[in-house]
Design a protein. Structure first.
Length: 555
């Protein structure tokens, strides 16, 4: 047994919920849209002008973040910006909503987060180690780093921190990539579009102009910002092995220890070009192993239109599997992690191929919605082309979202039609973030939509078993333990493994806490934590149906 396991950390119950409080009424929808009920008033705008500017297609991200450290999740939502020729040139700000006892209150003005740039993606992390979560926002244009001052307000420190890149940023992630303990930032950049470089793509047969495909543009290099430990960063992507060139069209990014060597690797979903799997040497120097590892292309050797990406152990073998969402008539692709840097395209045998061929997938989230112990999947869908029905009568611009149930062996069935009216509604969805906003032990979903309100889908699934929530507290430089891995087991049988992840899905941030469904299990479980600094900690509990806070033990 690791010596650290003898030093049990402080455990604090954050929210105790009895099983009876988890029971929904028979016949009730599994997910219920409570957006208006809880006070979230937000309208996304893309300011389309009829000129089909490419940035109008991507929408904007969302973040679950406990910015005031009061134990519940607050919500940050991004918005678009005026484009040349749009009928309204009035900028609209991003909005911050504070969770106050189950009601969301708009605190945008007071918080200082009402940025009105061309909002794209968002991720959270405590980059300065002061115990307060900060926000990084990607834009079409200058990116923004907002430092949390700990008093309900944020300060824009982008320029002095050296992270105000001005490309088309999409998804981002915080993580300790160079092994020095503090958090670095990876930013996926998309394509070399500008209002001046806006090719007109058309259907000659129907005399229609629509949005172009990414093949009309060159790609852009990603940013890798290395934390200098003094509040500033240096952009070192080229020095550290990150690819550059016209094929780098990053849409989704997630940091995950895919090879089990206790450092964070980088997975980038590229749109129409080969994906990247940057394997970390432990010191923040990377080698792209996507091709050899089997994640660069699908099993037919094709580059797909990568949008969102999520990492999670769907077959409970201890290795994080990767799912990427794609365009219509492709599939959302499941790369099953076999260990030893080998992935197998398991899309067909998992059932995902048949379930995902027609929609255009964006945000994607592994999460155990029914708390039976294995990871299910939710996907936000919506077409890119607003006139697609004129081109293909079998396609629609607005599309219903997808809920896929894991059968416990890594295969999936579509249960969207059983999830309720919230999953039946057709919208043009983009970002998706999972978070237990009401602390009842069931993960809820926040979904953003083009030119529409967001949807907060509250999980009211009937639960007949136990659950355990884990909130990790790391050392000073990485207080929220981003990059840590937690495994739950009983008598050496693995019940599930999870990672603390910044970013992921599509341009969004989910709950940093880890939630485990335990099914009918009643006995003692072992919690094994691999902290970001490589130390291992072990403890046991049989006290379920609550969130526990676990601090990294010190000698």
């Amino acid at each position: 047994m690791n010596i650290l396991s003898r030093f049990f950390p402080i455990i604090a119950a954050l929210n105790i919920m009895s099983l009876s409080s988890l029971m929904a009424q028979d016949g009730q929808d599994w997910f219920v849209d409570v957006t208006e009920t809880v006070g979230i008033k937000f309208q996304h705008r893309d300011f389309r002008s009829g000129k089909h500017y490419y940035i109008e297609t991507t929408g904007s991200g969302a973040a679950w973040i406990d910015f005031d450290n009061d134990g519940d999740l607050d919500l940050y939502l991004l918005n678009g910006c005026p484009t040349p020729g749009s009928s309204d040139s009035t900028a609209v700000p991003n909005q911050m909503f504070e969770n106050r006892d189950g009601r969301f209150v708009d605190v945008t003005q007071r918080s200082g987060l009402g940025d009105s740039g061309c909002g794209m993606g968002v991720c959270t992390g405590d980059y300065d180690g002061d115990g307060w979560l900060d926000l990084f926002v990607t834009n079409f244009g200058r990116d923004r780093l907002f430092r949390n001052l700990g008093n309900g307000t944020f300060k824009d420190v982008s320029h002095q921190a050296g992270v105000d890149g001005d490309l088309w940023g999409t998804s981002c992630s915080f993580g300790d990539l160079d092994g020095d303990g503090d958090l670095d930032i990876y930013v996926a950049n998309y394509v070399d579009f500008s209002f001046e470089n806006n090719p007109q793509c058309s259907n000659a047969t129907l005399n229609l102009i629509s949005y172009c495909r990414p093949t009309a543009f060159n790609g852009l290099p990603d940013y890798l910002y290395i934390n200098q430990g003094d509040g500033s960063f240096k952009e070192e992507s080229a020095l550290r092995g990150i690819k550059r060139g016209k094929d780098e069209k990053g849409f989704g990014v997630i940091l995950s220890d895919v090879d089990g060597d206790h450092d964070l690797d980088v997975i980038v979903a590229n749109d129409g070009t080969m994906n990247r799997l940057y394997v970390n040497d432990g010191n923040g120097v990377f080698e792209d192993e996507a091709l050899l590892a089997g994640i660069g292309f699908n099993n037919e050797g094709e580059a797909e239109a990568g949008m969102g990406v999520s990492a999670g152990d769907v077959d409970n073998n201890g290795w994080p599997d990767i799912i990427m969402t794609h365009y219509a008539m492709e599939t959302n692709t499941l790369y099953s992690n076999q260990g030893d840097l080998l992935f197998v395209d398991a899309t067909l045998q998992s059932g995902i191929a048949e379930l995902s061929r027609r929609p255009v997938g964006w945000g994607v989230q592994w999460f155990d919605y029914d708390l039976d112990g294995d990871l299910d999947a939710a996907v936000a869908n919506g077409h890119v082309m607003d006139n697609i029905t004129l081109i293909d009568p079998n396609m629609t611009y607005g599309q219903s979202n997808s809920l896929l149930k894991n059968n416990g062996r890594g295969s999936f069935i579509d249960v969207s039609d059983k999830a309720g009216t919230a999953f039946a509604k057709k919208q043009v969805s983009r970002a998706m973030a999972a978070g237990d906003w009401n602390n009842d032990g069931r993960l809820d979903l926040l979904i953003t939509n083009i030119n529409d309100q967001v949807n907060l889908l509250e999980n009211r699934m009937t639960v007949n078993g136990n659950w355990l929530g884990v909130e990790l507290v790391g050392p000073k430089v990485n207080r929220f333990a981003i990059g840590a891995k937690v495994r739950l087991s009983i008598e050496q049988k693995l019940l599930g493994s999870r990672e603390v992840t910044s970013g992921g899905s599509f341009m969004s941030q989910s709950d940093l806490r880890l939630l485990f469904g335990l099914g009918a299990h009643q006995g003692l479980v072992t919690i094994e934590i691999d902290w970001p600094d490589g130390k291992r900690q072990v403890q046991q509990t049989s006290d379920f149906n609550k969130y526990i806070r676990i601090k990294q033990a010190t000698l």
